[in-house]
Write a protein that binds this ligand. Structure first.
Ligand code: SDX
Length: 430
């Protein structure tokens, strides 16, 4: 017996079915609301609105649970690799060895970009923000493969997935090399995904480059932890753009721009900048916690708070341990880590943060690790984008294959001027 919700409006009662999710969460299906009642709903920021049914990632914000295709993030981060996790998210199941080898082969052998893409980098001013570069260059891939963009052609979608997974690290590393005026470093197909990225970032032609396998492993775990997160801002962007049957390159390019915002994936860069301000201002952590609580002060604790998690973000727990593992090995203590730990300790015991359920999120500690890997701050959101790529792909693919596929077109409540006649210039009041 389907549970229902009753709505009484202007003396009539309407019933709407309640949908139950795989983990017991409930949703009222209002898809017939306007046709039956003439009403629409209004929900700025979609605080109470679900956009789709999905089988990819499950979050329980109250309990701090994150599952990738049912597998707990703690197990995936400990036992899997980024490419295996990408396969799981995109195709729905953990791959057999043969499936994983084939996926790795395709991703490895599409890692070079067309040589003329280098001319795009020459067109940017010096030191452009790499998120703007990555989004522009990813979008430009649609011009290099414009005869293979049919979103309903399985083979064309498949090769586009391989091209994106393979080329984003190359595009990202090239954007870093461009910003420091060093020659681009071609991919090395003998290396793992993460080791290849680090080599493209830091290798120079005039001396041998030694692979740091520990650094590659840490980066691989960070990419896993960022791989998907249900209907966040940038994923909702990739779905909305994809809902016009727009190709995957353009949809991902849009998602990279959405991720760049400081309230979203740009927060990892903003966290480090915040920690540096606190460090330079005499490390008075309590002063900044007070500023974050003061509504008249625009200062926010970047890396704190989350729309869904009203408990610890499970990813931030793993990243915090990883930060200790990486930074405790360093000969000198990282002062920004000390400040971050003190900030967390004060905030999570402060009545304001407890009442508003503000905990460290995925962005609070990740920047400290990227910094320890010598990755510059303006590349931090790019690292997030590289991690989130398989999630964007998986969500876009699920949308295209959805039997209820429809173009996304929200309604609105109009609050502007009502009908009025045009006023000639001579009769207008200033
Ligand atoms: C990511 O959605 C996802 O899943 C995103 C993500 C992913 O994997 O895709 O998890 C990645 O984007 C993580 C979030 C990174 N952003 C930041 O760290 C920026 C700082 N945090 C916030 O600005 C904020 O917490 C958001 C944007 C993350 C969530 O914003 P909401 O859900 O719209 O909540 P809100 O801004 O309305 O805040 C609720 C209250 C407000 O106070 P009141 O108006 O109720 O009095 O909490 C306060 C806010 O002022 N608040 C903060 C705060 N975050 C919220 N106060 C101080 N410092 C903060 N960081």
């Amino acid at each position: 017996m389907t549970e229902t919700v009753k709505l009484t409006y202007q003396g009539k009662t309407y019933e709407f079915p309640v949908l139950e999710g795989a983990c017991g969460e409930k949703a009222v299906d209002i898809s017939t609301l306007r046709n039956t009642t003439g009403l629409i709903t209004l929900d700025p920021g979609f605080m109470s609105t679900g956009s789709c049914q999905s089988q990819i990632t499950y979050l329980d914000g109250e309990k701090g649970i994150l599952l990738y295709r049912g597998y707990p993030i703690e197990q995936v981060a400990e036992k899997s690799s980024f490419l295996e996790t990408s396969y799981l998210l995109i195709y729905g199941e953990l791959p057999t060895q043969e499936q994983l080898d084939e996926f790795k082969y395709h991703v490895t052998h599409h890692s070079m970009v067309h040589e003329s893409i280098k001319n795009l980098y020459d067109g940017f001013p010096n030191n452009p923000h790499p998120m703007a570069v990555c989004s522009a260059v990813v979008g430009s891939l649609a011009t290099f493969y414009q005869n293979e963009l049919d979103v309903r052609n399985e083979r064309e979608v498949e090769i586009t997935i391989h091209r994106l997974m393979a080329k984003l690290p190359t595009i990202a590393a090239y954007s870093y090399k461009k910003s420091i005026g060093q020659p681009f470093q071609y991919p090395d197909n003998t290396l793992s995904y993460s080791a290849n990225f680090l080599k493209m970032m830091f290798c120079v032609p005039c001396e041998p480059y030694e692979i740091d396998e520990d650094a590659a492993k840490v980066l691989d775990v960070l990419l896993i932890l960022h791989a998907d997160h249900e209907q966040n801002c940038s994923t909702s962007t990739v779905r909305l753009v994809g809902s016009s049957m727009c190709n995957l390159f353009a949809s991902v390019s849009s998602a990279i721009y959405a991720l760049w915002g400081p309230l979203h994936g740009g927060a990892n860069q903003a966290v480090i900048e915040m920690l540096q301000i606190i460090h330079e201002d005499g490390r008075d952590v309590k002063k900044y916690v007070q500023k974050a609580k003061d509504h008249n002060d625009s200062f926010r604790l970047m890396g704190f708070g989350h729309r869904v998690y009203k408990n610890f973000d499970p990813r931030s727990r793993i990243i915090k341990k990883l930060a200790h593992k990486v930074l405790d090995k360093k000969p000198n203590r990282e002062p920004l880590l000390e400040i971050a730990l003190e900030l967390e300790e004060i905030a999570i015991n402060d009545a304001y943060f407890i009442e508003k359920k503000l905990y460290p999120n995925v962005d609070f500690y990740s920047g400290l690790i990227y910094k320890a890997l010598n990755i510059p701050e303006n590349m931090f959101p790019v690292m997030f984008a590289m991690g989130r790529l398989p999630g964007w792909i998986a969500q876009w693919k699920e949308l295209q294959e959805d039997k209820q596929f429809k173009i996304g077109r929200p309604r609105q409540v109009y609050m502007g001027a009502t009908n009025r006649d045009y006023v000639p210039m001579g009769k207008r009041q200033g």
